[in-house]
Structures are given as structure tokens and as C-alpha cells.
Design a protein around this ligand. Sequence first.
Ligand SMILES: Cc1ncc(COP(=O)(O)O)c(C=O)c1O
Length: 353
Amino acid sequence: MLIQNVPTPAILLDKKIMEENSRKMEELIRGTSMVLYPHYKSHKCPELARWQMAHGAGGITCAKLGEAQDLVEAGIPVVVIANQIVQPEKLEKLALLAGKASMTVCADDPDNVLALEAACAKAGTRLNVLVEYEVGMQRCGAETHAEVLQLAQLIRRQSHLNFAGIQAYAGQLSHETDAARRKTEMLRIEKDVAALKAFVEMYGIPVRHVCGGSTGTAADKPKDTVYTQLQAGSYLFMDASYERLGLVFRQAMFILTTVVSVKKDRIVTDCGVKSLAMDQVPPRYAAFPDAALSFSEEHTTLFVKGAPLKVGDKLLAIPGHCCTTNNSFEKILLAESGEIIREMPVTSRGKAW
Ligand SMILES: Cc1ncc(COP(=O)(O)O)c(C=O)c1O
């Protein structure tokens, strides 16, 4: 189908730019100890996860049990849940998934470790567990080296759990626009995590993996980084929020919209906050980068005078945040040379459980 005939709003993913972004990420991490474990939350699309596995990913990272179930069902053999799973019915399902694929989950609480063990003992499966370490985001994670060690020792005493290493995601730096501050802070955290790894290993406990990192910090990692799994997600798509950082990646994902009304001082499109996420920076329109915008549920108003547009014309919007925008759509349309060459279902959209 030609792009101008696509019912809107719709997500267009430019195949060439997506492939270029993938190659750029490969180049960034070449020669380091990091293997890309792309974060599924950025697209929630099993077909793209399979594509990433075929293009060098070591496994797929995700945030939710529902996402992990979809990934395993799609044949992804290595899945890391970079998050805590705590509710009994979810533990049961996670333990069963561990019998179907290599599953890893995070923990920062001793009772949760024991609950993971009990669920896996009941299911007769083995689960890899990363101890999450808090590196400034003020989200989950053990807060001292001693606490990480105690959790690692506890995990190693369980007969159905493997201690897999450390999860240390510095999310507070991902969108830091001050490049010097981003790098300095990144290196400070890198040193702290390296010291933590050495501390745990001093007690005879091998730390096989150190996991974290993002699109915004991938280039700041030193060549001798202690990290082994890079969990970047947005690099494949990019958005207005990451665009401010001047990274090597290019905008590959667009929202195709249709002009539904033209007035003297404004244009209105058929795409509002139900399709364009607002949780980071606002979206912008490629053809009118400086236009003042206002959004309602199903419309954007662009305050531009005398634009040579008519009702039915198409405009491309650049999402403010690609991950939450993808979550609003049923499918991603892969585009090449002005045509849609593939429709890829966003199978895990809305799976926040
Ligand atoms: C655990 C984890 N790792 C990595 C990322 C980085 O993703 P991105 O590259 O899209 O910023 C996130 C973002 O939410 C995350 O929660």
C-alpha cells in the first residue's frame, strides 16, 4: 500500500533508518564486553524482537511478565525481566516460563528471593536472578554493597535459583541533555558498579553479568566497561526527547496523520494524546518544527498561518517518547520507498501486568 493511502493515525517505521540505527548501535558496542539485550518496552512487537535477535542481540530485556510470556511464545530463547515480580500468581507463571526459555528476573528483597525459590521448586524449574543495585534513579534496588552481597549469598543458597549478576540501570542519566554531566556521572557509576562486582567476587561469588544502560548512555560507556548486557530500547526508533541529546541515531519512527480541518490561523490533524504520548517532551510535526501545538484526545492543532495544505493532506509527527507511543497502536507499519511493506502487530501493547 502507498503511504498516502494508509488510514491514520498510524505508526510508520522507516526500514532503512531502523537498519542504520541497528548498525550504529552495533558499532558503538563493538570491542566492549557488552552484548545488546534490547528493551522490548520500546516496541512490544515480537516480530521486531525476532529481528533484533537475528541482528546480534543476545536476548531480549522486558519489564513485565505479560511481555515475557509473549516473547517466549514468539520463540525468543533468552528473556531478562529487568524488574521485580512479586505477586503469587505471577510468580507461578514466571516459574513455568523458566521451563520454556532461559529466564532472568531482578530481586532486591530477601522475602521475594524466597518466594521465587518456592515457585520454582513447585514448578520444578530453575530461574536466573539478578540483584538490582540502586544507582541514583530512586527506583528499585539494594542500596549498599553489603546488601547486594547478602542477597547474592541468599540466592546461591537456593536450589532452584542461579545468581546471575547485577542489574544497575542509571535511568536518571538517559535523557540528561548536559553531555559532560552525563558522561561524568556515567563514569562515576561505572566505577562504583565495578567496585561492587569486585566486592561480591572477593567472597567467592562470580558476577557473570552486569546489566543496564540506555540509548542515551551507550556512547558514554568506557571501552573497558564492567557492563555485559546493554538494555537500550529507543535507539531503533528515536523520538523528540532523545533528539535533544544529539546522538548518532536518526529518527526512524513517525506518526502519519491526516489534516482534517484548515483555518486561517491553524491546521488540525486527526491525532491527539490517545496516539501521541506526552510523558516526556511533546511530539512535534516534521514539516512545522517551530509551530505552537495544542493537543486534545483525538486532535492536534498546529498554529500556522497560510500553510499550503488542504483537508486530506498527510503530515508526519515525531513522537515525544517512542516507547509509550508504540504502546498506543495495534500495529507498526514498516515503510520503504514510499510504500508499506509489512504490518507488524504490537502484540504486547497494554500488557502492563
Ligand atoms: C531497565 C531499563 N533498562 C534500559 C532502559 C533504557 O531504554 P531506552 O534506551 O529506551 O532509554 C530503560 C528505560 O525505561 C529501563 O527501564
